[in-house]
Structures are given as structure tokens and as C-alpha cells.
Design a protein around this ligand. Structure first.
Ligand SMILES: Nc1ncnc2c1ncn2[C@@H]1O[C@H](COP(=O)(O)OS(=O)(=O)O)[C@@H](OP(=O)(O)O)[C@H]1O
Ligand SMILES: [Mg+2]
Length: 382
């Protein structure tokens, strides 16, 4: 691949994810210091959505459209515009518009351009609504999860901003913003081990997770990079102390750490406990919200990520695209539970996914897990 292929896209994607992280940190501080619940609603599937989800989607959509042209661009993203367009949501919409404008006014700090005038409500709704592309096998599609792990975001815990570019069904760029995941080596594992002693992010202890990180990669590069977030009013000066990250070299299951979703509703914890026992994993699972689990594998903080959703649940491409490429380019392996690559060619869902998702730091661990799935599936109730 030519060295500069997708380099403009990657550069813009990293900058806009930095902006999104800054936006989310501000909203999260507001959420945590307020008893008001007006800032979030429940979606039809009962999952939460906050003003930060809509604001990030509007802001990223506006920036990408300005740079690549709103006519040429296809964006597949999680949030729709229905709830926010209703007359009874006028208050929410106003908060979103203010949040978007506040964030866009800071674009120059991140090397991007602000709008000449503040955006109005209709422009913000249009920017959110423009992200309703269907994806598919042909052409370029941006894939955005404005806040992955919204539950983690509301709990003051881990969440991620995920932006990927798919070109002819191949994920070619992956960027993950992890505002509560410090760049320090092994932070997540240490933190979880001491979690009974370390309070969660709270009004009384707002600084505990202040320094997050951004991970990014390009297909075929064999490299994944990490930058710290830009603190306070500082400017993003490229490459912003970027350093290479790499998957862990641990191959012995007894020493390996495995991650999985926090919520039992999102992944079957007893099935993964059975797999863990079958392959000889000894450590307790590291339960973490959001695609930060993929970041943990790519950074070498953990060796295995497994997710087995209930039968009938269809995984969405925005929950995986950026994380999958990061793990692969950092040296790891990601497949479905049948050992096949994930298929990003079928629109917004990972159609045809076999049972679950298994991401590992290396092929040996991966083979063991897939083998254990085959050995134990028929006796499971899944
Ligand atoms: N029922 C069910 N089964 C499986 N997966 C589901 C389900 N419902 C939701 N989701 C998707 O899971 C995303 C959150 O995944 P996490 O790994 O963060 O889960 S957890 O919060 O740690 O339990 C979450 O992403 P966000 O909505 O962006 O937070 C969902 O897309
Ligand atoms: Mg998500």
C-alpha cells in the first residue's frame, strides 16, 4: 500500500476524535456534578442516550462533511434524529446545539476549522441525520459510535469514541478515543485489581481519570499508535507524543487476562467462565464497558476479549470496526467464534456472525479459545 494512502482521512479522524473526547469529558463532569436527569433519555431498546452522544455525532458529521464534502460522504452512525426532533425535546436540542457550538469553537486548538457562524438547531439536526447511511460492500463509509459504552459514561467509568473508515468492505482506518483510560502501561488491570480501594470518578474526585488516550491505526501498516489527550486549553501539536503500542507477548493461558462486557445482558458470563476454565485461564475476568476492551488488547494490557451476546442479537459495525483494526495492526487476531473474520460488507450489522467475537493477542491463545468454543457449545444453553 502507498505510504500516504488514507493519510488525510487518518489525520482528520484523530483530530476530530480528540475534539470529541474533550466534549465528552466536559459533559461527563456536568453529568456527574448534577442531579438532573434531563441530559439523558432511554432509547426504544432501553439503552441510554445522552446529550453527549448526539453532540459528538453532530460535531463529527459537520467536520467530516466540511472537509470531504457533504455530497460525497457516507456516514453510518449509532444515533438517529427522531427523539431529538420532537417538540417535547426542545430543551434537549438546545443543550445539544450549545454543546456542539462550544466544541466547534475550539476546533482551531485541534488544527481544524470552526464554522464562520454558530450552527442553528436545524443545521445540528441535519448533521446528525446525515449519518443514516446504510453502509454495504462498495465505496467508502465512515463508521461512528459517538459514545460506545454509554452506560459506562453515565456511571463515570470507561467509554470510547469510535471512528473507522471502511473502503470496499475493508476497515482501513481505526481511531478509538478513550477519555478515562490513561496512557500509563497496565493502568486498567491495576485499577481493576484495586477497584475496591479506588473510588469511581465522582464529584469529589473528578481528577482520577483525567488523562485519557487515543489509539489509531491504518490498514496494512502493522503499527498502532497512542497519543495522550490534550489537557486543559493546550493546543494539539502533532504528533502529540505519539508512541507505538503492541499486543502482549504472553502465550501462557495461566498468565493471560481476559476482558468481557460488564453487563450480563450483553454477554453470557457463565459461558465465558466455562471457556476460561477449559483453556486454563486463572485470572478473574476484567469487566470493562465499551471498546476500551479492544484498546486494552491492542496496548498489551490484556490478552483476550470475548463477547457472546444472546441468540438473535445482531452486532453493529460501529461497535467493532475501529477496535478490530487496532488489535489486528497491533499484532493480534480477531474473528467470530467459528474462527472467521468479521464481515463489514453487509451494512450496519455484522451479518453472518458465528455465535460470538474472540479477540486475542496471538494465534496460540486464539486457537485454544476457538477450540474450547467448539468443544463446549453443544452442552451450553446458548
Ligand atoms: N442485548 C445486547 N447484547 C449485546 N450487545 C448489546 C446489547 N444491547 C446493546 N449492546 C451493545 O453493546 C454495546 C456495549 O457493549 P459493552 O461491551 O460496553 O457492554 S457493557 O456495558 O460492558 O456491558 C452497546 O454499545 P453502546 O450503545 O454504544 O453503548 C450496544 O451496541
Ligand atoms: Mg456502541
Amino acid at each position: 500500500m502507498e505510504d500516504d494512502k488514507y493519510s488525510l482521512e487518518l489525520n482528520v479522524a484523530v483530530r476530530v476524535v480528540h475534539m470529541a473526547c474533550s466534549l465528552c469529558q466536559k459533559v461527563q463532569k456536568g453529568l456527574l456534578s448534577s442531579t438532573s436527569f434531563v441530559q439523558f433519555k432511554s432509547k426504544e431498546d432501553n439503552s441510554p442516550v445522552t446529550i453527549a452522544d448526539w453532540s459528538v455525532q453532530a460535531m463529527v458529521s459537520w467536520i467530516l462533511s466540511e472537509i470531504f464534502g457533504s455530497q460525497n460522504i457516507s456516514i453510518v452512525a449509532e444515533e438517529d434524529v427522531q427523539t431529538l426532533s420532537k417538540p417535547e425535546s426542545a430543551g434537549l436540542l438546545e443543550m445539544v446545539v450549545n454543546t456542539v457550538n462550544e466544541c466547534l469553537s475550539e476546533a482551531p486548538r485541534f488544527g481544524l476549522k470552526s464554522p464562520a457562524q454558530a450552527l442553528g438547531p436545524s443545521q445540528v439536526l441535519e448533521a446528525i441525520g446525515r449519518c443514516n447511511a446504510a453502509g454495504g460492500p462498495l465505496g467508502k463509509h465512515w463508521v461512528l459510535d459517538p459514545i460506545d459504552g454509554t452506560l459506562g459514561f453515565l456511571r463515570g467509568s470507561q467509554y470510547a469514541i469510535a471512528l473507522a473508515l471502511i473502503d470496499n468492505a475493508e476497515v482501513v482506518i481505526g481511531v478509538l478515543g478513550c477519555p478515562n483510560y490513561p496512557a500509563k502501561r497496565n493502568w486498567l488491570v491495576k485499577h481493576e485489581q484495586q477497584s475496591h480501594a479506588v473510588p469511581e470518578l465522582s464529584v469529589t474526585n473528578p481528577g482520577i481519570w483525567e488523562e485519557g488516550c487515543i489509539l489509531y491505526t491504518r490498514t496494512g501498516s502493522g503499527e498502532a499508535w497512542m497519543q495522550p489527550l490534550v489537557q486543559g486549553d493546550k493546543k494539539l501539536v502533532w504528533p502529540n507524543s505519539a508512541r507505538l503500542v503492541r499486543v502482549s507477548s504472553i502465550q501462557d493461558p495461566a498468565l493471560a487476562t481476559f476482558c468481557e462486557p460488564v453487563e450480563e445482558a450483553n454477554s453470557n458470563h457463565s459461558f465465558t467462565a466455562g471457556l476460561a476454565q477449559a483453556v486454563g485461564l486463572r485470572k478473574k475476568p476484567l469487566r470493562v464497558h465499551s471498546m476500551v476492551k479492544y484498546a486494552a488488547i491492542a496496548r498489551g494490557d490484556a490478552e483476550i476479549f470475548m463477547k457472546f451476546a444472546r441468540a438473535g442479537y445482531k452486532e453493529k459495525i460501529w461497535d467493532h470496526a475501529a477496535g478490530v483494526l487496532l488489535v489486528q495492526e497491533a499484532g493480534g487476531v480477531v474473528t467470530d467464534a467459528g474462527g472467521r473474520p468479521l464481515d463489514f460488507s453487509k451494512g450496519m450489522y455484522l451479518e453472518g456472525l458465528d455465535r460470538g467475537i474472540v479477540a486475542c493477542s496471538g494465534v496460540k491463545l486464539h486457537e485454544k479459545i476457538i477450540g474450547a468454543v467448539y468443544a463446549s457449545w453443544d452442552s451450553s444453553n446458548l
